[in-house]
Ligand binder design. Structure first.
Ligand code: GLP
Length: 256
């Protein structure tokens, strides 16, 4: 695992955009895995800017988002489909028919999960997967104690997650109780994983994920097993890392 610490959130977001640019330059039809959440807002702003100012081309790429709430329509401002359209897709030259999110309104949710998993496979798997991290260490909506061999499925949101995500809803009662998420195994199969965490509130869980034991109680610790995973942090999110431990066991990069 490579850990890159940037001076602030903006330079961390810029670095994530560099990873995307490099992937798309090498493979214009790359399969990108995408994430939502407040941490990602800046990433999408920078990606849009890089498209307009730097010509970053999304016309051939395909995308798969990590997750979607169950029971929200695509045009609901709280759905992740809406988030992606609003913050990213509508601002760049991406072909919307090649953008995928699980359908949280599907009649048969189990079938939808199997279909999503199959679609990722049929597209050749994910080349670069962007991840955030929940306050409880979740990846996507793989809440604590998700099995590391889990696949795309429906999960129940924990109280911690509901409170964390409440900021994007008008009130706590409106947060769906369930979501569809890529499984941990689906995530670990991506050829490259890129986790972005910024801000003080993520410092404790980031330290557990990177330097703690590999355990299902911290889903993100599963990334320690991934052969090509980069953690991009700002100084605040990196502030609880036991540097000596990390330096001895993992590649540790301090950006200028
Ligand atoms: C949601 C998403 C996760 C994301 C997390 C972090 O729960 N399902 O994929 O990592 O939010 O959110 P934030 O960036 O708002 O802290």
């Amino acid at each position: 695992m490579e850990v890159i610490i940037q001076p602030n959130a903006e330079s961390a977001e810029e670095l994530v955009v560099d990873f995307f640019a490099k992937t798309l330059l090498a493979k214009p039809d790359a399969v990108l895995g995408l994430a939502t959440g407040r941490t990602m807002e800046g990433v999408y702003q920078h990606l849009v800017k890089r498209h307009h100012d730097g010509g970053l081309d999304f016309s051939h790429c395909r995308t798969f988002n990590l997750d979607e709430y169950v029971g929200l329509r695509a045009d609901d401002p709280n759905s992740y489909r809406y988030f992606m359209q609003d913050r990213f897709f509508r601002h760049v030259n991406i072909d919307t028919s090649r953008t995928h999110l699980p359908d949280g309104m599907a009649k048969d949710l189990e079938l939808e999960c199997r279909h999503y998993e199959k679609l990722i496979c049929e597209n050749g798997g994910i080349d670069l997967l962007l991840l955030g991290i929940g306050l409880n260490g979740h990846l996507g909506f793989n809440e604590p104690f998700s099995e590391f061999d889990s696949r795309t499925r429906m999960t129940a949101l924990t109280e911690v997650t509901k409170h964390q995500n409440a900021l994007l809803f008008s009130n706590l009662e409106k947060i769906p109780r369930h979501a569809i998420t890529m499984g941990v195994a689906t995530i670990l199969e991506a050829r490259q994983c890129l986790l972005l965490a910024t801000g003080n509130e993520k410092a404790d869980i980031v330290a557990k994920a990177i330097a703690g034991p590999i355990t299902t109680s911290v889903t993100a610790s599963s990334l320690q097993c991934h052969p090509a995973c980069t953690m991009v942090l700002d100084r605040a999110a990196a502030s609880r890392l036991p540097e000596s431990d990390c330096r001895s066991s993992k590649q540790f990069v301090q950006a200028k």
